[in-house]
Design a protein around this ligand. Structure first.
Ligand code: NAD
Length: 285
């Protein structure tokens, strides 16, 4: 029997996770409440497979099989009982995630994960009857291109659940790190620390954004500079995470005034066409 994988939320991350899971041979059920997004999900996924075929990354036959393994559902109640894996990728709001996870648990998944980038796994686990089966499965965007899976172990997560998540990473072609459930996990805590300092350096006029980024790309071999990365992630998203980390760790994560004022002026980065750089048609100018 084929293994079954449920993804809740067909947004940026949910589609990416569904794509990777179907490619790894899982029978995927993708749950999306929004009618428009649910309707577009198969087409968006189809476009990803078409591109992979055009670039020679996958054969046409394999793409066709993967495509056929994905079904779209409108609610969790329509999902078949006892899937092997269930991951939620709904928006980053604790109340919503807790509600979705409680409903997800009723489908009795062997492994239950949240793709949260900043909410404590322990806080989300409070909504569950069996928190030992639950942990953070933090994928990165775009899911098909990013090798990392950050496995976040909550206070009640069983060792066997962590082992299952590490095995899952291998099957999906991801390389896992296992981290404790502390705010910002490993990636956001370090990445945001660097990003906030780079923004303070812009305000101090140490150098232009392009030169600060170039210094890290050429001097430290970062694939992308901290300011360009902030533009890609979204300045509003980074501001939210900085505030969460400030509450947890104190003022070393205090958002720089420049970040606050750029967000207030709607300069959110790539998605609005202007952040530390100008963006046109998704390309940095
Ligand atoms: P998104 O807004 O693109 O997608 C969320 C989707 O969930 C939407 O399509 C929405 O209609 C759907 N949804 C809302 N309530 C639902 C429900 N009850 N049942 C089913 N579907 C529902 O969000 P995203 O960027 O994909 O982020 C999802 C999660 O992944 C968040 O927790 C975010 O923090 C995390 N994350 C995002 C990124 C990123 O770069 N975007 C990276 C890592 C982690």
């Amino acid at each position: 029997m084929t293994d079954r994988f449920v993804v809740v939320g067909a947004g940026t991350m949910g589609l990416g996770i569904a794509y990777v899971a179907a490619g790894a041979g899982y029978e995927v059920e993708l749950v999306e409440v929004d009618a428009g997004r649910a309707g577009a999900a198969r087409e968006t996924l189809g476009g990803l497979w078409d591109r992979a075929v055009a670039r020679g990354r996958i054969t046409e036959a394999a793409a066709g099989q993967a495509r056929a393994r994905v079904s779209v559902r409108r609610e969790l109640a329509e999902v078949a009982d006892r899937p092997d894996v269930l991951v939620e990728a709904v928006p980053e709001r604790a109340d919503l995630k807790r509600r979705v996870l409680a409903a997800a648990e009723e489908r009795r998944p062997a492994l239950l994960g949240s793709n949260t980038s900043s909410i404590a796994i322990g806080e989300l686990a409070g909504a569950l009857a069996a928190p030992e089966r639950f942990l953070g499965l933090h994928f990165f965007n775009p899911v098909w291109a990013m090798a990392l899976l950050e496995v976040v172990v909550g206070p009640a997560t069983a060792a066997s659940t962590t082992d299952a998540a590490v095995a899952l990473a291998g099957r999906l072609g991801k390389d896992p790190v296992v981290v404790r459930d502390l705010p910002g996990f490993a990636t956001s805590r370090l990445g945001v620390a660097l990003g906030l300092e780079a923004i303070r350096m812009v305000a101090d006029e140490v150098a232009s954004p392009a030169d600060i980024d170039k210094a890290m790309v050429l001097g430290y071999r970062h694939p992308v500079g901290p300011l360009e990365l902030t533009d890609l992630v979204g300045l509003d998203v980074r501001l939210d995470i900085a505030r969460t980390l400030q509450a947890a760790y104190g003022d070393r994560f205090a958002p720089p005034p420049l970040l606050e004022s750029m967000v207030a002026r709607g300069l959110l980065g790539k998605k609005t066409g202007q952040g530390f750089y100008r963006w046109e048609g998704g390309v940095r100018q």
